[in-house]
Ligand binder design. Structure first.
Ligand code: BDP
Length: 720
């Protein structure tokens, strides 16, 4: 017996040695956070002793996937192949769904019946004198989520055999929006071409589809929109529906429901009808027939995501109708099948009205008029995914219509896949913003998750950062943003610190000498990008088109004023900032009290939003006694200093991880430092032409000339 145990320990040690010491260089990031590294020998032996089988007797594909995943994880953790069996004779993991004999034997049915269908329980129980780990859920998908959670406990070093977990998602729909075009490019994508090989589908299924689905399931993401909101009508042709069906079939066992973005003018654009007026019965019938056709192929199809009358996309207003007319017409077509319309509120016209107030003004009159299978999708801030924005005032204000938040995972405005920016912090800030809609504590999370405003389905979406790059997201740390979105969509009370901690352990190592400094770096990285790009409430100082570098001077003849930085910064010899007080655009009054008065008053506006709400003189006195101009200079320098410190931290991490990922991140940090300096110099030197003030002498001097910076033209073409 003793020698068996000894042998086992030796075996586990050898596996560990091989993986940790020998394979240390073979890492390209393709395995994401699902690396299942060998655990320390003591835990390995414990697992091998207690988990000798994985038991279920279901034919359901999600159960099979769950069992396989546990098997693969055990193999990685211990090097041993644990059998999947039909009978619970040996100690192990039992996978259980509600209303089965096993659930009855274990006395779980009552509890499971009251749970969210995706929720799960993990606990130990004795059956015929054998102790098992039970992973139970009302549904097979929930068992899959529970299995991934059990695995995560081990990866994050929290494994306890007596573990008791009860977990239910905060949002019903946890959705990725891909901005992928049918030609294989990705709008605002920075990890190569699209994952979806439309020309090969439906005949050829890239193995990546399943890996993608698995990664999503591992963090609880359960819905995917594979095509861009700037939707090509072709996606609704029979040919593309077959391709979509093939994707849906791959996604299904992983609990992922397929949605698609549709072009509102599809009936006319595809040549079926002369126009797409939602009031025309022929148009209504066309959509009904289309819905029927889709559901015949994809019975669990989720519904349509629509960008209408926004940035040149067609919509109901083209026919004198309104958003509710358009959304409700599509909703009626999907209703018989339980489908949803996700209608985006990202609308703004080039007129005189402050862009930040337009969505609210346009959508509030329709509150309660939208059908109950319509959800309004609102970006986290009122403008457009800037490095920092206050929350959109539509959250909490629309009380009769379900509203969901759209976050951006792809780093369109935070340095693409060149900059290390952990967006868990940004998401946390957005989710925890207090709207005051129902008094204190009415956070954006709680007004959208069904707690304060109950609706049939609660949801949250993130614009994906995946592409065909081997490491999926371009920057290895971009993976953390995908991961964080999923974890926060499941549980919005998780802190970004907890999430970073889990992710680092699963993706790199649990060694505290790596974990602690890298976690610190990640948690400071969002503030850093705000500081070197747009501190103090500044926004949209980006270069025309590509949104990568600074171009506060940008002037494109004939361009829409609200696509130019000067519209947002309003710099002059007097000062800088956008006046959204009652003397300005009045945006402050779209917020509930006390926020409206708080933002209206320069003294009570949080400084992080100062220039979002106020236009102030260069010599305005800040809370710390500095002038606004000096404070700006300090903030930009702070941003640069932070990224330099990230670089130093990272270089010290070399001994702890593989060379491949180490060097990749190292080289991107170098770019990030250069870019941060570029941002600082461009913004300060340009605004200096208005302020006429010196950069505070205690700070680093600019290293660029403004004229040179103004000549930079990156070849990254895009409409704004
Ligand atoms: C902006 C992007 C643009 C998108 C648009 C949207 O620059 O590419 O089409 O958002 O969300 O941020 O529709």
């Amino acid at each position: 017996m003793v020698s068996k145990e000894k042998n086992m320990k030796r075996f586990v040690f050898l596996i560990w040695f091989f993986n940790v010491v020998v394979l240390v260089n073979a890492e390209n990031g393709s395995r994401l956070w699902l690396r299942y590294e060998t655990v320390p020998p003591s835990l390995g032996s414990e697992l091998l002793e207690k988990i000798t089988a994985i038991q279920h007797n279901s034919q359901n594909p999600s159960m099979i996937v769950a069992a396989n995943e546990l098997q693969e994880a055990m193999m990685g953790f211990t090097g041993a192949r644990i059998p999947v069996v039909g009978k619970p004779d040996a100690p192990g993991i039992l996978l259980v769904t509600a209303n089965t004999r096993m659930a009855r034997r274990l006395g779980l049915n009552a509890e499971l019946r009251n749970m969210h269908p995706d929720g799960y329980l993990i606990k130990t129980a004795r059956l015929n004198n054998v102790t098992h780990t039970i992973i139970a859920s009302p549904t097979e998908t929930g068992v899959l989520y529970g299995s991934f959670d059990w695995i995560r406990q081990i990866q994050s070093g929290n494994y306890d055999h007596q573990i008791i977990v009860k977990s239910e998602p905060h949002f019903d729909l946890r959705m990725l929006n891909h901005w992928d075009n049918l030609d294989g490019t990705i709008e605002r994508g920075y990890a190569g071409y699209s994952l979806w090989k439309w020309d090969e589908l439906a005949d050829v299924l890239s193995p990546r589809y399943e890996q993608y689905a698995r990664a999503n399931a591992s963090v609880g993401i359960n819905a995917s929109v594979p095509n861009s909101v700037n939707a090509n009508p072709q996606v609704l042709t029979p040919e593309y529906l077959e391709k979509l069906k093939a994707l849906a079939d791959v996604f299904r066992p992983y609990g992922i429901q397929l949605f698609i973005s549709v072009n509102f003018a599809s009936p006319a654009a595809l040549g079926y009808l002369p126009h797409s007026d939602p009031f025309d019965p022929a148009v209504q019938q066309w959509w009904k027939d289309k819905a029927k056709e889709i559901y015949r192929l994809i019975p669990d199809f989720g519904g349509f995501l629509v960008k209408a009358n926004s940035e040149g996309q067609p919509g109901p207003m083209d026919y004198g109708r309104n958003h509710a007319d358009g959304a409700n017409m599509l909703a009626a077509a999907l209703k018989p099948y339980g489908g949803l319309v996700i209608w985006r509120a990202f609308v703004y016209d080039p007129g005189d009205k402050d862009r930040a107030i337009q969505a609210f003004d346009e959508f509030m009159p329709f509150d309660g008029i939208f059908a109950d299978n319509v959800i309004i999708q609102v970006k986290n801030g009122p403008v457009d995914f800037q490095p920092r924005e206050p929350f959109s005032p539509l959250f909490g204000a629309m009380k009769e219509t379900q509203v969901m938040m759209e976050l951006q995972i792809t780093q369109e405005y935070t340095g693409f896949s060149n900059h290390l920016v952990f967006l868990g912090s940004q998401n946390e800030e957005a989710l925890k913003s207090d709207t005051w809609a129902y008094g204190e504590g009415s956070t954006v999370a709680r007004v959208t998750d069904g707690t304060l405003i109950p609706h049939p389905v609660s949801a949250i979406a993130g614009v994906a950062n995946t592409g065909e790059d081997t490491n999926w997201t371009g920057h290895h740390f971009g993976q953390a943003n995908w991961y964080a979105f999923g974890r926060q969509a499941w549980n919005h009370t998780l802190t970004s610190e907890q999430i970073a901690d889990e992710w680092i352990k699963a993706t790199f190592t649990s060694n505290p000498d790596f974990l602690e400094p890298v976690k610190d770096l990640m948690l400071n990285s969002h503030e850093a990008v705000v500081n070197y790009m747009m501190p103090l409430g500044l926004h949209h100082l980006f270069a025309w088109g590509h949104h990568y570098g600074p171009e506060p001077w940008c002037d494109v003849p004939g361009a829409r004023e609200d696509w130019l930085p000067r519209y947002y910064h309003k710099a002059s010899e007097y000062g800088i900032g956008f006046d959204r007080t009652r003397n300005g655009s009045g945006a402050v009054d779209q917020y509930f009290p006390p926020l409206n008065d708080m933002y209206n008053n320069v003294e009570t506006t949080p400084e992080e939003f100062l220039l979002w709400f106020h236009h102030l003189p260069w010599n305005h006195t800040m809370k710390n006694g500095r002038t606004l101009w000096d404070e700006m200079a300090f903030k930009y320098q702070e941003g640069v200093d932070s990224v330099r410190s990230f670089q130093k931290t990272w270089d010290r991490m070399e001994p702890f991880i593989d060379q491949e990922r180490f060097r990749h991140v190292q080289s991107r940090l170098r770019t990030q430092v250069r870019d941060a300096v570029w941002w600082r110099d461009a913004i300060m030197l340009y605004f200096q032409t208005y302020s006429g003030l010196p950069i505070p002498y205690e700070l680093e001097r600019p290293v660029h000339d403004l004229e040179d910076l103004m000549k930079i033209q990156l070849d990254l073409k895009h409409h704004n």
